[in-house]
Design a protein around this ligand. Structure first.
Ligand code: AKG
Ligand code: FE2
Length: 310
């Protein structure tokens, strides 16, 4: 293998699967996964009973109800301005679609290494099973296996990367996320004094990429990182957590705050496109994923983009 790394953000150098690494009953975490602890490591949960450190919870049922709308819109505006992230309840996406996708995601990561490799990323493409943005042999690695797929519009799908076990589930799930994104973005636009219909329409016909993350348990969780600190380049991102294992953290006023999973909620965060569209009023927050000692954690992340010609 060549020792010269070329900078190519369009593809990733293959690295070992973390799940396979864990299956080898590790005593110690390999050096490449140990991060500079002073720079970026998961702190203990920041929940201290201080309500200013709890990520806001918004209710879609209230946003659509004339009786509560004004108050809930103000809450939404404050959440986007002060946090850039919130949990959304009452969103109307069926339990069944979310649960089904969660089960299929777990089942996929439970396949044998050989079975998963059928869907592995190919040189020059980020789609498929593997890791994102590994561009140098010296780069620190994240404690995460993932599969990344373009889901909507349908003509962007590269079905050779779509595991057979979840094709139907992902088709339904991504359409549900598209509908949710179109409706939440309308309310986000209203909060900025922009035209809700124009925004909703742009997202009904938008682009949706889905990334499924698997964070295996780690013997030294405080020294590794599931996904390192970043802001998403999407307009908005919709995340569902499979199970009730906290892992997602957001940087708020210099502190990492855990997002405590709420049953059936969708975590919505502002991405860089929306930060730009809002003239910087809404912030794309830095966030990252911590891992734990006990259990696999899975998340399903939908990156939402408006129609290309908007
Ligand atoms: O899994 C998580 O909690 C965070 C995932 C994330 O930020 C991403 O995939 O961009
Ligand atoms: Fe992210």
């Amino acid at each position: 293998m060549s020792t010269t790394a070329t900078l190519n953000l369009g593809s990733s150098i293959p690295v070992p699967s973390v799940k396979e690494l864990v299956a080898q009953t590790l005593d110690a975490v390999p050096q490449r996964y140990l991060w500079d602890v002073d720079r970026d490591y998961p702190t203990a949960p920041a929940f201290s009973g201080d309500s200013s450190l709890q990520v806001p919870v918004l209710d879609m049922a209230k946003l659509v109800d004339p009786q509560y709308q004004e108050l809930e819109l103000q809450k939404l505006h404050d959440a986007c301005k002060n946090w850039g992230i919130f949990q959304l309840i009452g969103h109307g996406v069926s339990d069944e679609s979310i649960k089904n996708m969660h089960i299929k995601t777990r089942n996929f990561f439970d396949l044998t290494p050989e079975e998963k490799k059928q869907y592995a990323q190919k040189p020059g493409s980020l789609e498929g099973y593997g890791q994102a943005f590994v561009i140098s042999q010296d780069q620190k690695l994240e404690w995460c296996d993932m599969i990344f797929l373009k889901a909507i519009p349908k003509n962007t799908r590269k079905l050779e990367f779509w595991p057979h076990n979840f094709r139907d589930a992902l088709d339904t799930y991504s359409n549900d996320m598209r509908k949710s994104a179109a409706s939440i973005i309308g309310f986000i636009a209203m909060g900025l004094g922009l035209d809700a219909k124009t925004f909703s329409k742009a997202f009904e016909g938008g682009n949706y990429d889905v990334r499924m993350n698997c964070y295996p348990p780690c013997p030294e969780p405080e020294r590794v990182i599931g996904i390192s600190s970043h802001a998403d380049i999407s307009a908005i991102t919709l995340l569902t957590d499979c199970g009730h294992i906290p892992g997602l953290q957001v940087l708020k006023d210099g502190q990492w705050v855990f997002i405590e999973p709420i049953t059936d909620a969708i975590v919505v965060n502002i991405g860089i496109i929306m930060e730009v569209v809002s003239n910087g009023i809404y912030k794309a927050p830095y966030h990252r994923a911590a891992v734990n000692r006990q259990k696999d954690r899975f998340s399903i992340v939908t990156f939402c983009y408006p129609e290309k010609n908007v």
